[in-house]
Write a protein that binds this ligand. Structure first.
Ligand code: AMP
Length: 600
Protein backbone atom coordinates (compact mmCIF):
# COMPACT_ATOMS: atom_id res chain seq x y z
CA UNK A 1 0.00 0.00 0.00
CA UNK A 2 1.20 3.45 -0.81
CA UNK A 3 1.48 6.11 1.83
CA UNK A 4 -0.53 8.54 -0.30
CA UNK A 5 -3.65 6.43 0.25
CA UNK A 6 -3.27 6.96 3.97
CA UNK A 7 -2.71 10.69 3.41
CA UNK A 8 -6.04 10.80 1.57
CA UNK A 9 -7.67 9.01 4.47
CA UNK A 10 -6.32 11.63 6.88
CA UNK A 11 -7.70 14.32 4.64
CA UNK A 12 -11.15 12.76 4.47
CA UNK A 13 -11.34 12.08 8.17
CA UNK A 14 -10.28 15.61 8.92
CA UNK A 15 -13.13 16.90 6.76
CA UNK A 16 -15.85 15.08 8.66
CA UNK A 17 -17.16 15.14 12.17
CA UNK A 18 -19.65 12.36 11.66
CA UNK A 19 -18.82 9.12 13.39
CA UNK A 20 -20.55 6.99 10.76
CA UNK A 21 -18.66 8.62 7.95
CA UNK A 22 -15.37 8.18 9.79
CA UNK A 23 -16.22 4.57 10.27
CA UNK A 24 -16.80 3.94 6.59
CA UNK A 25 -13.58 5.75 5.63
CA UNK A 26 -11.70 3.47 8.03
CA UNK A 27 -13.48 0.37 6.78
CA UNK A 28 -12.38 1.19 3.24
CA UNK A 29 -8.83 1.70 4.43
CA UNK A 30 -8.53 -1.43 6.55
CA UNK A 31 -10.61 -4.07 4.78
CA UNK A 32 -8.18 -4.82 1.94
CA UNK A 33 -5.18 -5.06 4.26
CA UNK A 34 -3.69 -7.77 6.36
CA UNK A 35 -0.68 -8.65 8.48
CA UNK A 36 1.88 -6.02 9.19
CA UNK A 37 0.48 -3.62 6.63
CA UNK A 38 -2.84 -3.65 8.44
CA UNK A 39 -1.33 -3.22 11.89
CA UNK A 40 0.85 -0.35 10.77
CA UNK A 41 -1.94 1.40 8.83
CA UNK A 42 -4.11 1.19 11.89
CA UNK A 43 -1.53 2.67 14.26
CA UNK A 44 -0.67 5.37 11.75
CA UNK A 45 -4.32 6.27 11.29
CA UNK A 46 -4.40 6.96 15.01
CA UNK A 47 -1.34 9.17 14.80
CA UNK A 48 0.94 6.69 16.50
CA UNK A 49 3.42 3.94 15.73
CA UNK A 50 2.53 1.45 18.41
CA UNK A 51 -0.32 0.84 20.80
CA UNK A 52 -0.92 3.93 22.86
CA UNK A 53 0.32 2.43 26.12
CA UNK A 54 3.83 2.20 24.76
CA UNK A 55 3.84 5.97 24.72
CA UNK A 56 6.18 6.27 21.76
CA UNK A 57 6.95 9.83 20.82
CA UNK A 58 8.83 10.98 17.79
CA UNK A 59 10.41 13.88 19.58
CA UNK A 60 10.50 16.20 16.61
CA UNK A 61 10.54 19.77 17.82
CA UNK A 62 9.36 22.80 15.91
CA UNK A 63 12.88 23.96 15.05
CA UNK A 64 13.87 20.55 13.77
CA UNK A 65 10.82 20.31 11.53
CA UNK A 66 11.49 23.81 10.10
CA UNK A 67 15.02 22.82 9.28
CA UNK A 68 13.91 19.65 7.49
CA UNK A 69 11.17 21.42 5.53
CA UNK A 70 13.57 24.18 4.46
CA UNK A 71 16.14 21.69 3.27
CA UNK A 72 13.67 19.44 1.45
CA UNK A 73 12.04 22.34 -0.37
CA UNK A 74 15.19 24.40 -0.99
CA UNK A 75 13.92 27.29 1.08
CA UNK A 76 15.39 29.13 4.02
CA UNK A 77 14.39 28.39 7.60
CA UNK A 78 13.25 32.03 7.85
CA UNK A 79 10.97 31.61 4.85
CA UNK A 80 9.42 28.52 6.42
CA UNK A 81 8.81 30.51 9.59
CA UNK A 82 7.42 33.45 7.65
CA UNK A 83 4.92 31.33 5.78
CA UNK A 84 3.87 29.50 8.92
CA UNK A 85 2.79 32.82 10.42
CA UNK A 86 0.02 32.82 7.81
CA UNK A 87 -0.73 29.11 7.56
CA UNK A 88 -0.62 28.63 11.33
CA UNK A 89 0.83 25.15 11.06
CA UNK A 90 4.08 23.68 9.81
CA UNK A 91 2.29 20.78 8.12
CA UNK A 92 0.33 23.13 5.89
CA UNK A 93 3.51 25.10 5.20
CA UNK A 94 5.31 21.92 4.15
CA UNK A 95 2.41 20.99 1.85
CA UNK A 96 2.37 24.43 0.24
CA UNK A 97 6.11 24.56 -0.25
CA UNK A 98 6.20 21.06 -1.69
CA UNK A 99 3.44 22.11 -4.09
CA UNK A 100 5.69 24.79 -5.48
CA UNK A 101 8.73 22.53 -5.76
CA UNK A 102 9.41 20.38 -8.76
CA UNK A 103 9.75 16.85 -7.45
CA UNK A 104 12.15 14.49 -9.07
CA UNK A 105 10.12 12.68 -11.68
CA UNK A 106 11.87 9.42 -11.11
CA UNK A 107 11.40 9.35 -7.34
CA UNK A 108 9.49 6.26 -6.31
CA UNK A 109 6.21 6.81 -4.44
CA UNK A 110 6.37 6.39 -0.70
CA UNK A 111 5.36 2.96 0.45
CA UNK A 112 3.35 2.75 3.66
CA UNK A 113 5.61 0.25 5.40
CA UNK A 114 8.68 2.11 4.31
CA UNK A 115 7.32 5.31 5.84
CA UNK A 116 6.38 3.40 8.99
CA UNK A 117 9.91 2.05 9.33
CA UNK A 118 11.51 5.45 8.79
CA UNK A 119 9.20 7.04 11.33
CA UNK A 120 10.18 4.31 13.75
CA UNK A 121 13.83 5.17 13.17
CA UNK A 122 13.04 8.80 13.98
CA UNK A 123 11.37 7.72 17.21
CA UNK A 124 14.26 5.46 18.17
CA UNK A 125 17.04 7.96 17.52
CA UNK A 126 18.35 9.15 20.87
CA UNK A 127 21.49 10.60 22.32
CA UNK A 128 24.18 12.74 20.72
CA UNK A 129 23.70 13.29 17.03
CA UNK A 130 20.12 12.06 17.11
CA UNK A 131 18.69 15.42 16.07
CA UNK A 132 20.74 15.30 12.90
CA UNK A 133 19.56 11.74 12.23
CA UNK A 134 15.94 12.78 12.65
CA UNK A 135 16.37 15.72 10.28
CA UNK A 136 18.02 13.51 7.65
CA UNK A 137 15.27 10.93 7.69
CA UNK A 138 12.58 13.58 7.54
CA UNK A 139 14.30 15.40 4.67
CA UNK A 140 14.56 12.17 2.69
CA UNK A 141 10.89 11.42 3.22
CA UNK A 142 9.78 14.96 2.38
CA UNK A 143 11.84 15.04 -0.83
CA UNK A 144 9.80 12.17 -2.17
CA UNK A 145 6.48 13.29 -0.70
CA UNK A 146 3.51 14.79 -2.53
CA UNK A 147 2.20 18.01 -0.97
CA UNK A 148 -0.55 16.10 0.80
CA UNK A 149 1.85 13.47 2.11
CA UNK A 150 4.25 16.17 3.24
CA UNK A 151 1.57 17.95 5.18
CA UNK A 152 0.63 14.85 7.16
CA UNK A 153 4.18 13.59 7.59
CA UNK A 154 5.15 16.84 9.27
CA UNK A 155 2.08 16.83 11.48
CA UNK A 156 2.69 13.21 12.37
CA UNK A 157 6.28 13.66 13.49
CA UNK A 158 5.36 16.76 15.47
CA UNK A 159 2.46 15.03 17.18
CA UNK A 160 -0.05 17.55 15.85
CA UNK A 161 -1.99 15.19 13.65
CA UNK A 162 -5.40 15.60 15.17
CA UNK A 163 -7.45 13.26 13.07
CA UNK A 164 -9.80 12.70 15.96
CA UNK A 165 -10.70 9.07 15.46
CA UNK A 166 -11.74 7.67 18.77
CA UNK A 167 -11.07 4.13 19.83
CA UNK A 168 -14.77 3.38 19.85
CA UNK A 169 -15.01 4.34 16.18
CA UNK A 170 -12.08 2.11 15.32
CA UNK A 171 -13.77 -0.78 17.10
CA UNK A 172 -16.91 -0.12 15.04
CA UNK A 173 -14.83 -0.07 11.87
CA UNK A 174 -13.05 -3.31 12.71
CA UNK A 175 -16.35 -5.08 13.28
CA UNK A 176 -17.77 -3.74 10.02
CA UNK A 177 -14.62 -4.53 8.05
CA UNK A 178 -13.86 -8.03 9.29
CA UNK A 179 -17.01 -9.54 10.76
CA UNK A 180 -19.89 -7.68 9.13
CA UNK A 181 -22.32 -10.59 9.41
CA UNK A 182 -21.81 -11.42 13.04
CA UNK A 183 -24.08 -9.97 15.67
CA UNK A 184 -21.67 -10.36 18.56
CA UNK A 185 -18.72 -8.97 16.67
CA UNK A 186 -18.61 -5.47 18.12
CA UNK A 187 -18.86 -6.68 21.72
CA UNK A 188 -16.25 -9.37 21.25
CA UNK A 189 -13.82 -7.02 19.61
CA UNK A 190 -14.27 -4.54 22.42
CA UNK A 191 -13.64 -7.28 24.96
CA UNK A 192 -10.44 -8.19 23.17
CA UNK A 193 -9.40 -4.55 23.20
CA UNK A 194 -10.14 -4.20 26.91
CA UNK A 195 -7.91 -7.18 27.57
CA UNK A 196 -5.01 -6.09 25.41
CA UNK A 197 -5.23 -2.34 24.79
CA UNK A 198 -3.78 -3.06 21.36
CA UNK A 199 -5.97 -2.26 18.36
CA UNK A 200 -3.31 -3.11 15.79
CA UNK A 201 -2.84 -6.61 17.07
CA UNK A 202 -6.59 -7.17 17.20
CA UNK A 203 -7.01 -5.94 13.63
CA UNK A 204 -4.34 -8.33 12.37
CA UNK A 205 -5.96 -11.30 14.13
CA UNK A 206 -9.38 -10.41 12.77
CA UNK A 207 -8.07 -10.19 9.23
CA UNK A 208 -6.36 -13.52 9.68
CA UNK A 209 -8.99 -15.62 11.37
CA UNK A 210 -12.13 -13.54 11.79
CA UNK A 211 -13.72 -13.46 15.22
CA UNK A 212 -12.33 -16.90 15.94
CA UNK A 213 -8.90 -15.30 15.72
CA UNK A 214 -9.68 -13.40 18.91
CA UNK A 215 -10.37 -16.57 20.85
CA UNK A 216 -6.77 -17.18 21.73
CA UNK A 217 -6.17 -13.73 23.18
CA UNK A 218 -4.86 -13.94 26.72
CA UNK A 219 -3.61 -11.54 29.32
CA UNK A 220 0.05 -10.92 28.86
CA UNK A 221 2.54 -9.52 31.27
CA UNK A 222 3.76 -6.16 29.97
CA UNK A 223 0.55 -5.42 28.12
CA UNK A 224 -1.85 -3.38 30.24
CA UNK A 225 -5.47 -4.32 30.73
CA UNK A 226 -7.98 -1.49 30.51
CA UNK A 227 -9.03 -0.82 34.08
CA UNK A 228 -12.35 -1.79 35.57
CA UNK A 229 -14.27 1.26 36.78
CA UNK A 230 -16.72 1.97 39.54
CA UNK A 231 -20.24 3.33 39.62
CA UNK A 232 -21.42 5.50 42.45
CA UNK A 233 -24.29 5.34 44.89
CA UNK A 234 -26.09 8.20 46.59
CA UNK A 235 -26.38 6.48 49.92
CA UNK A 236 -25.08 3.45 51.70
CA UNK A 237 -28.48 1.79 51.58
CA UNK A 238 -28.66 2.24 47.82
CA UNK A 239 -25.16 0.81 47.64
CA UNK A 240 -26.05 -2.22 49.70
CA UNK A 241 -29.28 -2.79 47.80
CA UNK A 242 -27.39 -2.76 44.49
CA UNK A 243 -24.96 -5.30 45.88
CA UNK A 244 -27.75 -7.60 46.98
CA UNK A 245 -27.47 -6.93 50.70
CA UNK A 246 -23.85 -7.90 51.19
CA UNK A 247 -20.58 -6.50 49.94
CA UNK A 248 -16.90 -6.24 50.64
CA UNK A 249 -16.15 -2.67 51.65
CA UNK A 250 -12.62 -1.49 51.10
CA UNK A 251 -10.79 1.67 51.90
CA UNK A 252 -10.90 4.00 48.94
CA UNK A 253 -7.36 5.24 48.97
CA UNK A 254 -6.79 8.57 47.36
CA UNK A 255 -3.69 8.18 45.26
CA UNK A 256 -2.65 6.92 41.89
CA UNK A 257 -4.02 3.74 40.41
CA UNK A 258 -1.26 1.37 39.46
CA UNK A 259 -1.39 -1.81 37.41
CA UNK A 260 1.72 -3.77 38.25
CA UNK A 261 3.11 -6.36 35.85
CA UNK A 262 5.75 -8.69 37.24
CA UNK A 263 7.51 -10.85 34.72
CA UNK A 264 8.93 -14.25 35.50
CA UNK A 265 12.43 -12.83 35.60
CA UNK A 266 11.45 -10.33 38.29
CA UNK A 267 11.30 -7.30 36.02
CA UNK A 268 8.43 -4.94 36.72
CA UNK A 269 6.34 -2.62 34.61
CA UNK A 270 3.85 -0.21 36.11
CA UNK A 271 0.95 1.39 34.28
CA UNK A 272 -1.27 4.27 35.28
CA UNK A 273 -5.04 4.32 35.00
CA UNK A 274 -4.57 5.81 31.54
CA UNK A 275 -2.15 3.01 30.75
CA UNK A 276 0.89 5.22 30.67
CA UNK A 277 4.07 3.57 31.79
CA UNK A 278 4.94 5.06 35.17
CA UNK A 279 7.58 2.59 36.33
CA UNK A 280 10.40 5.13 36.03
CA UNK A 281 8.73 7.39 38.61
CA UNK A 282 8.37 4.55 41.09
CA UNK A 283 11.68 2.67 41.24
CA UNK A 284 10.94 2.01 44.91
CA UNK A 285 7.79 0.05 44.01
CA UNK A 286 9.54 -1.74 41.18
CA UNK A 287 12.16 -2.87 43.67
CA UNK A 288 9.70 -3.85 46.39
CA UNK A 289 7.24 -5.78 44.25
CA UNK A 290 9.39 -8.82 43.48
CA UNK A 291 10.10 -9.13 47.20
CA UNK A 292 6.47 -8.83 48.21
CA UNK A 293 4.83 -10.94 45.53
CA UNK A 294 5.15 -14.63 46.13
CA UNK A 295 4.56 -15.92 42.61
CA UNK A 296 5.53 -14.80 39.15
CA UNK A 297 4.48 -13.82 36.58
CA UNK A 298 1.69 -11.76 38.09
CA UNK A 299 -0.52 -8.81 37.27
CA UNK A 300 -2.12 -6.92 40.10
CA UNK A 301 -3.77 -3.61 40.74
CA UNK A 302 -3.59 -1.22 43.61
CA UNK A 303 -3.63 2.37 44.69
CA UNK A 304 -0.32 4.03 45.32
CA UNK A 305 -0.46 6.58 48.13
CA UNK A 306 2.17 8.81 49.67
CA UNK A 307 2.98 8.21 53.31
CA UNK A 308 4.77 10.22 55.92
CA UNK A 309 8.35 8.89 56.06
CA UNK A 310 8.42 9.16 59.86
CA UNK A 311 5.00 7.98 60.94
CA UNK A 312 3.85 5.92 57.96
CA UNK A 313 0.55 7.81 57.99
CA UNK A 314 -1.12 8.36 54.61
CA UNK A 315 -0.56 11.82 53.19
CA UNK A 316 -2.62 13.85 50.73
CA UNK A 317 -2.67 12.67 47.17
CA UNK A 318 -0.94 15.83 45.92
CA UNK A 319 2.28 14.59 47.46
CA UNK A 320 2.46 11.65 45.10
CA UNK A 321 1.51 13.80 42.13
CA UNK A 322 4.84 15.56 42.58
CA UNK A 323 6.51 12.37 41.48
CA UNK A 324 4.93 12.52 38.07
CA UNK A 325 7.14 13.82 35.36
CA UNK A 326 9.86 14.62 37.81
CA UNK A 327 13.19 13.27 36.72
CA UNK A 328 15.97 15.22 38.38
CA UNK A 329 14.44 15.39 41.80
CA UNK A 330 13.37 11.78 41.83
CA UNK A 331 16.03 10.74 44.30
CA UNK A 332 14.89 13.38 46.73
CA UNK A 333 11.22 12.57 46.17
CA UNK A 334 11.87 8.92 46.93
CA UNK A 335 13.00 9.88 50.39
CA UNK A 336 10.69 12.78 51.07
CA UNK A 337 7.58 11.14 49.68
CA UNK A 338 7.76 7.40 50.11
CA UNK A 339 4.76 5.52 48.79
CA UNK A 340 2.81 2.44 49.70
CA UNK A 341 0.91 0.37 47.18
CA UNK A 342 -2.37 -0.93 48.55
CA UNK A 343 -3.14 -3.89 46.31
CA UNK A 344 -6.85 -4.38 45.70
CA UNK A 345 -7.08 -6.85 42.84
CA UNK A 346 -5.22 -9.55 40.99
CA UNK A 347 -5.69 -10.44 37.33
CA UNK A 348 -3.05 -13.01 36.61
CA UNK A 349 -0.89 -15.37 38.64
CA UNK A 350 1.47 -17.83 37.02
CA UNK A 351 -0.30 -19.27 34.04
CA UNK A 352 -3.71 -18.55 35.52
CA UNK A 353 -5.80 -15.64 34.24
CA UNK A 354 -7.72 -15.22 37.45
CA UNK A 355 -9.54 -12.07 36.37
CA UNK A 356 -12.52 -14.18 35.32
CA UNK A 357 -13.03 -15.58 38.80
CA UNK A 358 -15.51 -13.99 41.21
CA UNK A 359 -14.12 -11.29 43.47
CA UNK A 360 -14.04 -13.32 46.71
CA UNK A 361 -11.75 -15.83 45.02
CA UNK A 362 -9.50 -13.12 43.63
CA UNK A 363 -9.31 -11.47 47.02
CA UNK A 364 -8.28 -14.75 48.64
CA UNK A 365 -5.62 -15.25 45.95
CA UNK A 366 -4.40 -11.69 46.45
CA UNK A 367 -4.07 -12.19 50.16
CA UNK A 368 -1.96 -15.27 49.66
CA UNK A 369 0.07 -13.65 46.92
CA UNK A 370 1.16 -10.58 48.85
CA UNK A 371 3.72 -10.95 51.57
CA UNK A 372 3.20 -7.70 53.47
CA UNK A 373 6.09 -5.37 52.93
CA UNK A 374 6.92 -1.83 53.96
CA UNK A 375 5.88 -0.63 50.50
CA UNK A 376 3.23 -3.18 49.48
CA UNK A 377 0.11 -4.04 51.41
CA UNK A 378 -3.32 -5.45 50.70
CA UNK A 379 -6.20 -2.94 50.80
CA UNK A 380 -8.15 -2.96 54.07
CA UNK A 381 -11.48 -4.64 53.70
CA UNK A 382 -14.53 -5.71 55.66
CA UNK A 383 -17.45 -7.78 54.44
CA UNK A 384 -20.73 -6.28 55.62
CA UNK A 385 -24.22 -7.67 55.54
CA UNK A 386 -26.22 -4.84 57.10
CA UNK A 387 -26.60 -1.12 56.81
CA UNK A 388 -25.51 -0.79 60.39
CA UNK A 389 -22.20 -2.52 59.67
CA UNK A 390 -21.76 -0.55 56.47
CA UNK A 391 -22.29 2.68 58.42
CA UNK A 392 -19.81 1.63 61.06
CA UNK A 393 -17.17 0.74 58.58
CA UNK A 394 -17.66 3.86 56.55
CA UNK A 395 -17.22 5.93 59.69
CA UNK A 396 -14.13 4.04 60.66
CA UNK A 397 -12.62 4.46 57.22
CA UNK A 398 -13.37 8.17 56.99
CA UNK A 399 -12.19 8.60 60.56
CA UNK A 400 -8.88 7.08 59.54
CA UNK A 401 -8.55 9.73 56.85
CA UNK A 402 -9.63 7.87 53.69
CA UNK A 403 -11.81 9.63 51.14
CA UNK A 404 -14.49 6.96 51.31
CA UNK A 405 -15.11 3.35 50.51
CA UNK A 406 -15.10 1.13 47.46
CA UNK A 407 -17.71 -1.56 47.67
CA UNK A 408 -17.06 -4.77 45.77
CA UNK A 409 -19.73 -7.20 44.77
CA UNK A 410 -19.36 -10.73 46.06
CA UNK A 411 -21.89 -12.18 43.62
CA UNK A 412 -21.34 -14.96 41.10
CA UNK A 413 -20.68 -12.56 38.23
CA UNK A 414 -18.21 -10.44 40.15
CA UNK A 415 -15.33 -11.14 37.79
CA UNK A 416 -12.99 -8.35 36.82
CA UNK A 417 -14.65 -6.49 33.98
CA UNK A 418 -11.83 -4.86 32.00
CA UNK A 419 -12.62 -1.39 30.72
CA UNK A 420 -16.16 -1.47 32.04
CA UNK A 421 -17.95 0.77 34.50
CA UNK A 422 -20.61 -1.07 36.42
CA UNK A 423 -22.24 -1.69 39.75
CA UNK A 424 -19.81 -4.51 40.55
CA UNK A 425 -17.76 -1.79 42.14
CA UNK A 426 -19.43 1.14 43.80
CA UNK A 427 -17.65 4.13 45.24
CA UNK A 428 -19.05 6.11 48.09
CA UNK A 429 -17.14 9.13 49.25
CA UNK A 430 -17.38 11.23 52.34
CA UNK A 431 -18.10 14.31 50.18
CA UNK A 432 -21.43 12.76 49.22
CA UNK A 433 -22.53 13.06 52.79
CA UNK A 434 -24.21 16.35 53.61
CA UNK A 435 -23.81 17.76 57.04
CA UNK A 436 -26.16 18.88 59.76
CA UNK A 437 -25.37 22.46 60.55
CA UNK A 438 -25.82 22.05 64.28
CA UNK A 439 -23.46 20.22 66.52
CA UNK A 440 -24.68 18.01 69.32
CA UNK A 441 -23.24 17.73 72.80
CA UNK A 442 -23.39 14.07 73.66
CA UNK A 443 -22.69 12.25 76.91
CA UNK A 444 -20.37 9.26 76.87
CA UNK A 445 -22.16 6.19 78.28
CA UNK A 446 -20.14 3.39 76.75
CA UNK A 447 -17.16 2.42 74.62
CA UNK A 448 -16.33 -0.25 72.06
CA UNK A 449 -12.90 -1.75 71.63
CA UNK A 450 -11.20 -0.88 68.36
CA UNK A 451 -10.37 -3.14 65.46
CA UNK A 452 -7.45 -3.04 63.07
CA UNK A 453 -5.19 -0.11 63.81
CA UNK A 454 -7.21 0.70 66.91
CA UNK A 455 -7.05 -2.78 68.41
CA UNK A 456 -6.32 -2.72 72.13
CA UNK A 457 -7.80 0.76 72.62
CA UNK A 458 -11.26 2.22 72.53
CA UNK A 459 -12.30 2.52 68.90
CA UNK A 460 -15.70 4.17 69.31
CA UNK A 461 -17.83 5.75 71.99
CA UNK A 462 -21.53 5.36 72.65
CA UNK A 463 -23.16 8.76 73.13
CA UNK A 464 -26.46 9.83 74.62
CA UNK A 465 -28.61 12.93 74.90
CA UNK A 466 -30.43 13.88 78.09
CA UNK A 467 -34.16 13.52 78.60
CA UNK A 468 -35.03 15.66 81.66
CA UNK A 469 -38.67 14.57 81.85
CA UNK A 470 -37.51 11.03 82.54
CA UNK A 471 -34.08 11.90 83.91
CA UNK A 472 -32.55 9.41 81.55
CA UNK A 473 -29.76 9.35 78.99
CA UNK A 474 -30.86 8.01 75.63
CA UNK A 475 -28.25 6.99 73.08
CA UNK A 476 -28.15 8.42 69.57
CA UNK A 477 -24.81 7.38 68.05
CA UNK A 478 -21.64 5.41 68.15
CA UNK A 479 -18.79 7.70 67.19
CA UNK A 480 -15.34 6.62 66.07
CA UNK A 481 -14.52 9.33 63.54
CA UNK A 482 -12.67 12.47 64.36
CA UNK A 483 -10.34 11.02 66.99
CA UNK A 484 -6.71 11.31 66.04
CA UNK A 485 -4.14 8.97 67.55
CA UNK A 486 -3.45 11.27 70.47
CA UNK A 487 -7.14 11.69 71.26
CA UNK A 488 -7.61 7.92 71.19
CA UNK A 489 -4.61 7.31 73.39
CA UNK A 490 -5.85 9.56 76.16
CA UNK A 491 -9.45 8.28 76.16
CA UNK A 492 -9.01 5.49 78.73
CA UNK A 493 -7.47 7.89 81.24
CA UNK A 494 -10.14 10.51 80.71
CA UNK A 495 -12.96 8.00 81.09
CA UNK A 496 -11.49 5.85 83.86
CA UNK A 497 -13.13 7.73 86.78
CA UNK A 498 -16.58 6.97 85.36
CA UNK A 499 -16.10 3.31 84.50
CA UNK A 500 -18.84 0.99 85.83
CA UNK A 501 -19.41 -2.75 85.52
CA UNK A 502 -23.03 -2.71 84.46
CA UNK A 503 -25.28 -0.61 82.31
CA UNK A 504 -26.09 2.44 84.45
CA UNK A 505 -29.76 2.45 85.41
CA UNK A 506 -30.34 5.87 83.89
CA UNK A 507 -29.05 4.89 80.42
CA UNK A 508 -31.38 3.75 77.68
CA UNK A 509 -29.92 2.02 74.62
CA UNK A 510 -30.39 -0.99 72.37
CA UNK A 511 -26.62 -1.57 72.14
CA UNK A 512 -24.21 -3.42 74.43
CA UNK A 513 -20.88 -1.64 74.51
CA UNK A 514 -17.74 -3.41 75.68
CA UNK A 515 -17.42 -0.94 78.53
CA UNK A 516 -20.06 1.14 80.36
CA UNK A 517 -19.60 4.60 81.85
CA UNK A 518 -21.60 6.65 84.27
CA UNK A 519 -22.88 9.67 82.27
CA UNK A 520 -20.37 12.45 82.96
CA UNK A 521 -18.11 13.28 80.03
CA UNK A 522 -19.64 15.53 77.38
CA UNK A 523 -18.21 15.99 73.93
CA UNK A 524 -19.25 17.68 70.74
CA UNK A 525 -20.16 15.78 67.56
CA UNK A 526 -21.41 16.70 64.14
CA UNK A 527 -23.06 14.42 61.64
CA UNK A 528 -24.84 14.05 58.36
CA UNK A 529 -28.48 13.64 59.29
CA UNK A 530 -30.82 12.27 61.91
CA UNK A 531 -32.65 9.09 61.10
CA UNK A 532 -35.05 6.76 62.83
CA UNK A 533 -33.23 3.84 64.37
CA UNK A 534 -34.27 0.63 66.03
CA UNK A 535 -31.12 0.46 68.17
CA UNK A 536 -30.88 3.98 69.49
CA UNK A 537 -33.36 5.29 71.99
CA UNK A 538 -33.13 9.06 71.76
CA UNK A 539 -36.68 10.41 71.76
CA UNK A 540 -38.22 6.96 71.70
CA UNK A 541 -41.98 7.34 71.72
CA UNK A 542 -41.96 10.85 70.25
CA UNK A 543 -41.15 10.20 66.62
CA UNK A 544 -42.07 6.52 66.62
CA UNK A 545 -43.48 4.42 69.42
CA UNK A 546 -40.72 1.82 69.25
CA UNK A 547 -37.72 3.59 67.75
CA UNK A 548 -35.39 6.41 68.61
CA UNK A 549 -33.27 8.83 66.60
CA UNK A 550 -29.75 8.22 65.40
CA UNK A 551 -27.12 10.52 63.98
CA UNK A 552 -25.61 9.22 60.74
CA UNK A 553 -21.87 9.60 60.22
CA UNK A 554 -21.15 11.22 63.55
CA UNK A 555 -17.78 12.82 63.94
CA UNK A 556 -16.06 14.13 67.03
CA UNK A 557 -15.22 17.80 66.49
CA UNK A 558 -12.23 17.53 68.84
CA UNK A 559 -13.96 19.54 71.53
CA UNK A 560 -14.71 18.20 74.99
CA UNK A 561 -17.37 20.23 76.74
CA UNK A 562 -15.69 20.25 80.12
CA UNK A 563 -17.80 23.31 80.85
CA UNK A 564 -20.88 21.11 80.81
CA UNK A 565 -22.08 18.43 83.14
CA UNK A 566 -24.02 15.45 81.81
CA UNK A 567 -27.38 17.06 82.35
CA UNK A 568 -26.28 20.13 80.39
CA UNK A 569 -25.86 18.01 77.26
CA UNK A 570 -28.16 18.39 74.26
CA UNK A 571 -31.64 17.26 75.24
CA UNK A 572 -33.86 14.74 73.58
CA UNK A 573 -36.33 17.51 72.80
CA UNK A 574 -33.64 19.50 71.00
CA UNK A 575 -32.68 16.46 68.98
CA UNK A 576 -36.28 15.82 67.98
CA UNK A 577 -36.57 19.45 66.98
CA UNK A 578 -33.46 19.13 64.77
CA UNK A 579 -34.93 16.03 63.20
CA UNK A 580 -38.23 17.78 62.44
CA UNK A 581 -36.47 20.79 60.97
CA UNK A 582 -34.50 18.69 58.56
CA UNK A 583 -37.79 17.04 57.59
CA UNK A 584 -38.85 20.25 55.87
CA UNK A 585 -35.84 20.01 53.59
CA UNK A 586 -37.53 17.28 51.58
CA UNK A 587 -37.76 13.63 52.33
CA UNK A 588 -37.18 10.31 50.73
CA UNK A 589 -37.96 6.77 51.61
CA UNK A 590 -35.25 4.20 51.73
CA UNK A 591 -34.94 0.71 53.12
CA UNK A 592 -38.32 0.97 54.78
CA UNK A 593 -37.44 3.92 56.93
CA UNK A 594 -37.99 7.58 56.55
CA UNK A 595 -34.81 9.40 55.69
CA UNK A 596 -34.42 13.11 55.56
CA UNK A 597 -31.60 15.25 54.35
CA UNK A 598 -30.96 18.40 56.19
CA UNK A 599 -30.89 21.63 54.30
CA UNK A 600 -28.74 24.13 56.05
P1 AMP B 1 -12.77 7.53 41.02
O1 AMP B 1 -11.38 7.85 40.52
O2 AMP B 1 -13.31 8.51 42.00
O3 AMP B 1 -13.71 7.16 39.90
O4 AMP B 1 -12.64 6.20 41.87
C1 AMP B 1 -12.12 5.02 41.34
C2 AMP B 1 -10.67 4.90 41.70
O5 AMP B 1 -10.49 4.71 43.08
C3 AMP B 1 -10.01 3.70 41.10
O6 AMP B 1 -9.68 3.91 39.77
C4 AMP B 1 -8.78 3.56 41.97
O7 AMP B 1 -7.74 4.38 41.45
C5 AMP B 1 -9.20 4.17 43.29
N1 AMP B 1 -9.23 3.23 44.43
C6 AMP B 1 -8.83 3.51 45.68
N2 AMP B 1 -9.00 2.48 46.50
C7 AMP B 1 -9.54 1.48 45.78
C8 AMP B 1 -9.96 0.14 46.08
N3 AMP B 1 -9.87 -0.37 47.30
N4 AMP B 1 -10.47 -0.59 45.05
C9 AMP B 1 -10.58 -0.09 43.80
N5 AMP B 1 -10.20 1.17 43.46
C10 AMP B 1 -9.68 1.95 44.44
Amino acid sequence: MQYRELARVYEKIEATTKRLEMRSILVDLLRPLKGRELTCALYLSQGSLRPEYEGIELGVADSLARKAIAEATHTSIEAVGERTRTTGDLGTTAGELLGGTRRLEESTPLDLLEVYDQLTRIARATGPGSQEVKVRILVDLLRRATPLEGKYLVRFVMGTLRVGVREMTILDALAAAFAPEEKEARARIETAFNLTSDLGMIAARLADGGLAGLGSIRLEVGRPIRPMLAERAKSLDELLARMGGTAALEYKYDGLRVQAHLAKDGSVRLFSRRLEEIGPQFPDLAKALPMAIRERPAILEGECVPVDPKTGVIRPFQDVATRRGRKHDLERALEAVPVVLFAFDVLLVGSDSVYERPFPERRAILQKLVKPHERIRVAEERVVTSLEDANDYFEEVVGAGAEGIMAKSLAEGSRYHPGARGFWWIKYKRDYVTHLADSIDGVVVGAFYGRGRRAGAYGALLLAVYRPERDRFETFCKVGSGFDDAALAELPKRLEPFRVDHAPPDVDTGLSPDQWFRPAVVLEVKGAELTVSPVHRAGVGTVRPDAGLALRFPRFTGRYRTDKSATDATTTAELVEMYRKQDRGGSRRAAGERRVRHKA
